[in-house]
Write a protein that binds this ligand. Structure first.
Ligand SMILES: Nc1nc2c(ncn2[C@@H]2O[C@H](COP(=O)(O)OP(=O)(O)OP(=O)(O)O)[C@@H](O)[C@H]2O)c(=O)[nH]1
Ligand SMILES: [Mg+2]
Length: 269
């Protein structure tokens, strides 16, 4: 695995003509989404992306996040909303979002949080990285990456989660819980997504495990500066941490039950 970062801006991106879909799951993110969506579309414009879309997957947030998205849709033709009936967790939202993105014939699919922890200005660097990788992980654990505004408590949990994963599963990716990722659709297509039953951090680790271990995806880690949310509330609590620990051991002892779909060469695009 190679760590990259600085040189991504140098040559004209061939990936900028790819169909890109940024999946953003939301639950009570009205205040954040209001500013994040225009910021992402500004980046698309300044980067010269011709076919870039944002898909918000909202679990019927009581704060009216979906109404805000509908309002924004009047200004941004490539903004899509997948409105779900009730809160079912991050994993279910992503599975539904990935499925929708694949049906939109996306070539590059992003995972991104709505709370500005993930800097939209990094999007073009992810896209560029995918010219020589299958998965690009926004990483706080490679040179140049870091976290801003996290208390000791959060830092310890994150360090512990990564240490446990590396000791037990021996994954090569440094930042295993990162939720800022871009993956080639050709790889996501090969995962039987509906069989993914995990949520929260456990979902992120299971997906990473499938991509790194089962699909042998070529992975790059791009340093990111992760900023703790300023607005809205965190939804990932103690339950999520316990599920993560159980998932690491489940993957070690029995692996993931999610089937990998074999494809003929002609089917992969
Ligand atoms: N659709 C949907 N989105 C969710 C759900 N749970 C979390 N999210 C979204 O997933 C993203 C990540 O959740 P956060 O609460 O920010 O989790 P986190 O980043 O680990 O925690 P903080 O650092 O405290 O913000 C945010 O955009 C949330 O709104 C859910 O059940 N359904
Ligand atoms: Mg967050």
């Amino acid at each position: 695995m190679k760590m990259i970062g600085k040189e991504v801006n140098q040559k004209e991106s061939t990936a900028s003509t790819s169909r890109i879909v940024i999946c953003i799951p939301t639950y009570n993110e009205r205040e954040n989404i209001k500013n994040l969506i225009p910021a992402i579309f500004d980046i698309f414009k300044s980067s010269g992306f011709k076919d870039a879309h944002v898909l918000v997957i909202d679990d019927n947030s009581p704060d009216g996040t979906a109404d805000e998205v509908k309002r924004l849709q009047q200004h941004h033709g490539n903004l899509h909303l997948l409105l779900r009936e009730r809160k079912e967790g991050l994993g279910r939202a992503y599975v539904a979002g990935f499925r929708r993105a694949l049906s939109m014939k996306a070539e590059i699919i992003f995972e991104m949080d709505a709370d500005f922890s993930h800097d939209p200005r990094m999007i073009p660097y992810f896209v560029k990285s995918l010219e020589r990788a299958d998965l690009c992980v926004g990483s706080r654990r490679v040179k140049g990456g870091k976290v801003v505004n996290w208390g000791l408590h959060r830092q310890l949990i994150s360090a512990g989660a990564n240490l446990l994963t590396h000791m037990v599963l021996r994954l090569k990716t440094r930042d295993v819980t990162s939720g800022f990722r871009a993956v080639r659709a050709t790889h996501l297509k090969r995962i039987y997504l509906e069989a993914l039953q995990t949520n929260g951090y456990a979902f992120q680790i299971e997906l990473l495990y499938l991509l790194e271990r089962k699909l042998n995806a070529k992975i790059v880690e791009l340093p990111i500066i992760f900023v703790d949310r300023q607005k809205g509330k965190s939804k990932l609590g103690v339950k999520s941490i316990l599920e993560f620990i159980l998932e690491v051991f489940r993957l070690f002892f029995v692996g993931s039950p999610v089937p990998i779909i074999e494809m003929d060469d002609g089917d992969t695009n």
